[in-house]
Structure formats: C-alpha cells, structure tokens
Design a protein around this ligand. Sequence first.
Ligand code: CAA
Length: 266
Amino acid sequence: MPTEDGLSAAGVRLEVSGAVATITLARPERRNAMTGRTWTTLAHVGHALPDSVRIVVVKGEGGSFSSGIDLAMFSPEGAEGEKPLLSTLGDGSLDQAALVETIAGYQEGFLWLRRPGIVSIAAVRGHAIGAGFQLALSCDLRILADDARLCMKEPALGLVPDLTGTKPLVDIVGVSRAIELCLTARTVSAEEARELRLAEAVVEGSALDETVDDLVAGLLGTPAEAAAATKELLLQAPDNTLEEQAEAERRAQVGRLSALARTMRG
Ligand code: CAA
C-alpha cells in the first residue's frame, strides 16, 4: 500500500473500514485536480487493497469531485515533482513510445475500479471535469448531488479523453450523445445526467453521504462470492450474444451451486 506521505503527495486520502474503502481526492484548494502521480497512486491502491474490501467509494473533498488534470501538467515546469508532458515531448526527452507507456500506467489507476470483486461508487458533488468525469465513469455506480456538473473537457483543450472514460460513456449514453457531449465539451447538469442514465441517483447535497451509506449497506447484504460472480456476468453481457451470455450464466451458476453444495456438506 502507498505510504501516508505517498498518498498525501498524490492528493489522495484512503480509509479502509472493514469491507469498505473510501478514496478521497484531497486537494480542495485546486478543486481536487489530479496529476500523473495521483493516477499511478490510485493504481497502487487498487493493487494493494485487501481482498476483504468489497466496496470502494470515490469522492472529492470540499465542493468539487475533481477539476480534472492539473493544468500545471501542461506548463513548461510541469506539476510539482513531475515531468512536464508537453515540453519533454517537444524537446525529445520523452519519446512517443515512452509516453504511451506512461499513459498506460495512468489508465491502471482507473481500470481496476471495474474488477468483479469490488463495487465502485463515485459520490459526486460539484464539478467532475475531464479526468474527473472519467474517474466517475470508471466507477460501477454514480450517485450525484444535485449541484453536480459533468464535462468532458479534453477535446476543447486539443486532447482526447484517454483515461478509460470513452467506453463507459458510449455504453451508457450511446455513440451519438457521446459525440455531442465530448465535441461540444458542454456541461451536463445533475438532472440531465440522471436522464442520460449517467447517474444512478441524484440527491440533495446534504443527503449524498447518507445515500451512499445506504447503498453500501444494501450492496454488502449480498454474499461476496455471489456478488462477484454476478458482476462478472453482467460485465460480459454487452459484448456477448444471447447464446454466449446464456452459456456464461450456466457456467457461473454451476460454480455457485457447487460452492453452496460444498458448504452444505460442511
Ligand atoms: N488544475 C490546476 N489548478 C486548478 C484546476 C486544474 N484543473 N482547477 C482549478 N484549479 C485551481 C485554480 O487555478 C484556482 O487556483 P488559485 O486559487 O491559485 O487561483 C483554484 O483551483 C480554485 O479554482 P477556481 O477559482 O477557478 O474555482 P471555481 O470554483 O470558481 O471553479 C472550476 C472551479 C470550474 C473547476 C474551474 O477552476 C475550472 O474550470 N478549472 C479548470 C478545469 C479544466 O480545464 N480541467 C482540465 C480538464 S481536461 C482533463 O482532465 C484532461 C485529461 O485528462 C487528459
């Protein structure tokens, strides 16, 4: 697990309480802007979490979820303690292949949130911009406060969304709406997010924590192995044919029934 100092330098706080891990983006003075170090640290957290953790809640400190990439990453100096992205690429000290590897490392910080053994929940207040929106999209479930504002800002900055957000966005809203949202970089209100199915629920800001706590309690009511097997099954469904999915259901159920039979035999 990253050290307290490592987490703090990455602008991340981590609390693990029983089966629930809470990751808080903790740079409120920068509206929880994230750097490359934030993402590689999130990847370390994901790899190091104990198997006993079943729920991961991701939230931001203060009134914003996250303002996205720390814009200092694009400055000639770079973010504190990190290589500047553009000038190192421009002067040849970072080649394209190395940058591809670097981005792959950043993406690791987002990818693990989908793994079957956990359910990840983004609790979003205020702005979720660019990488912040992609982080929320990387979670299985999104609960929004009514002041939430989502924006895929990357194309407006001359970039593409590259932190694993394009697939969930298209899966949820469809290609046409995703094109419209990304290429206008417009801000989506909490209300519209609910209509677009980008939010499982929208609640008053004062009720966000309690709503997430209730959801966590509901999720923990299901046995861990059945929850993981069901999530694995559901994740396959969009890419499977009906026949493939039916076969996957059969295989998963045989696994579950066998486990239950073993339990009965003691
Ligand atoms: N990076 C660095 N600093 C940021 C920041 C960011 N992304 N967002 C906000 N800050 C800083 C501001 O510069 C300001 O600093 P000072 O107090 O030193 O002036 C401080 O945080 C507070 O910001 P605001 O006064 O602007 O706060 P606000 O509540 O009025 O507005 C906001 C909040 C709408 C998020 C606004 O700050 C904003 O638009 N920020 C920039 C958002 C942005 O463009 N992010 C990049 C998205 S693209 C992306 O993420 C790319 C990628 O992955 C490849």
